[in-house]
Design a protein around this ligand. Structure first.
Ligand code: FES
Length: 93
């Protein structure tokens, strides 16, 4: 049986289940708060791996269903950039 401090939930930011549970007990009870406090969901995968696990943990702690836990805000790139523009080194097409 693994201890909470041995279970990595957010692999990108190296955040354990124990750290998430402690943060929730301290009052960080929505995903956006956890994201700002622990950086969960902000790694290279942008939360693809850890978001559902953290939403389950929040739901369990709050006695809610996972569907009631708001997922984190997704922010797409501000402007599309054509590969040709990057390759040419120009600033605008
Ligand atoms: S596993 Fe959490 S951001 Fe990638």
């Amino acid at each position: 049986m693994h201890k909470d401090e041995e279970i990595i939930i957010c692999r990108c930011e190296d955040i354990t289940l124990d750290e998430i549970r402690r943060a929730i007990r301290q009052g960080y009870t929505d995903f956006e708060e956890l994201k700002r406090y622990l950086r969960v969901g902000m790694g290279p995968c942008q939360g693809r791996t850890c978001t559902s696990l953290i939403r389950w943990e929040l739901a369990r702690f709050l006695g809610k269903s996972v569907a009631e836990i708001q997922p984190p805000t997704k922010r797409p790139p501000a402007v599309n950039v054509l590969i040709g523009v990057i390759h040419s080194g120009r600033e605008k097409p």
